[in-house]
Ligand binder design. Sequence first.
Ligand SMILES: O=C(O)[C@H](O)[C@@H](O)[C@H](O)[C@H](O)CO
Ligand SMILES: [Mg+2]
Length: 403
Amino acid sequence: MKIIDARVIVTSPGRNFVTLKLITESGTYGIGDATLNGREMAVAAYLEEHVVPALIGRDASRIEDTWQYLYRGAYWRRGPVTMSAIGAVDMALWDIKAKAANMPLYQLLGGKSRERVMTYAHCTGKDIDSCLEEVARHVELGYKAVRVQAGVPGIETIYGVAKREGERYEPADAELPAEHVWSTEKYLNHVPQLFAAVRERFGHELHLLHDVHHRLTPIEAARLGKAVEPYHLFWLEDCVPAENQESLRLIREHTTTPLAIGEVFNSIHDCREMIQNQWIDYIRTPLTHGGGITHVRRIADLASLYHVRTGFHGPTDLSPVCLGAAIHFDTWVPNFGIQEHMPHDELTDSVFPHDYRFEDGHFLVGETPGHGVDIDEEAAARHPFKRASLPVNRLEDGTLWHW
Ligand SMILES: O=C(O)[C@H](O)[C@@H](O)[C@H](O)[C@H](O)CO
Ligand SMILES: [Mg+2]
């Protein structure tokens, strides 16, 4: 089953997405998500200039060999651009293999480990009260788990909190990076009050998550983890920048609040130490940025040896293709934890028709052969690329900080 054509489709139905479509001689095709938010064209060029020419004529059924060919063959291993490009090829090849077998992808992976996939929504508000209203709205929609982020008195804008009531936040919200100002002390004093208010109103069954967006030092993260222990979070996410995996040890030694990390990781080597030392509880590396199903499956298997479960990144800046493939993976993977869900808008969904469904706080996998997500190329062509950037964060004295 030879690959005879490959197309890199860049579209912006409200936000940018990069999609790879691989077409075989039988006419069966597969698609993969290659979106790297704010750096989309780097992956598009990597695919177009360096990967696509080498794929034409290759046997689409050799998924493992193609993965090794692109990873080892590049010589320049790892990194978000390389791994997103490989991830898209891999996702498209699994799609083709599942279609050729006339099976939904989860069947090829090993079949269902569960009937449905628990997912969490984002609840944000300018202050605690409006955040509580958002939580109430999502509980009403059926969510069993919510990520809670609120504005902090004294901090004007915070990444991860929507600008207007009832809206979502857009990660890449300006042509060039917007600038935010950050105060760790104000934040650390406020977060425990937020979670106390949520628990008081909604009781103790709802799963609560919180994303720190890498903004703390290890000892500050330890303090936050301890402070929110009475509200027993499902997880505290990205509490420190984690290039230095060893820094997680200190946090772990101080708090029983579960930790989730990995949305900016791209390979098993980025998270190996924190998994093997049991410094984290959830690994977040998504299929697109983690080299596709072939590689993320290895990460999940390693994690399973150390009681670490999956909690895939699922923001709007990963396309429905990644989300669809992730729901198949989540349905199969034995050590599943939770799946993030930032719903795409109607326009995006119309460009990427799919068969996954949301019901009662869970995703239900579809039965269409493949990963169940397609791209309407004509609709995609109506929405050309528009440069958009993620923000930067500065301390009150102007020092550039993490966000
Ligand atoms: O969903 C999350 O947990 C995130 O942290 C996102 O909002 C990322 O910041 C975004 O995907 C960057 O592009
Ligand atoms: Mg995050």
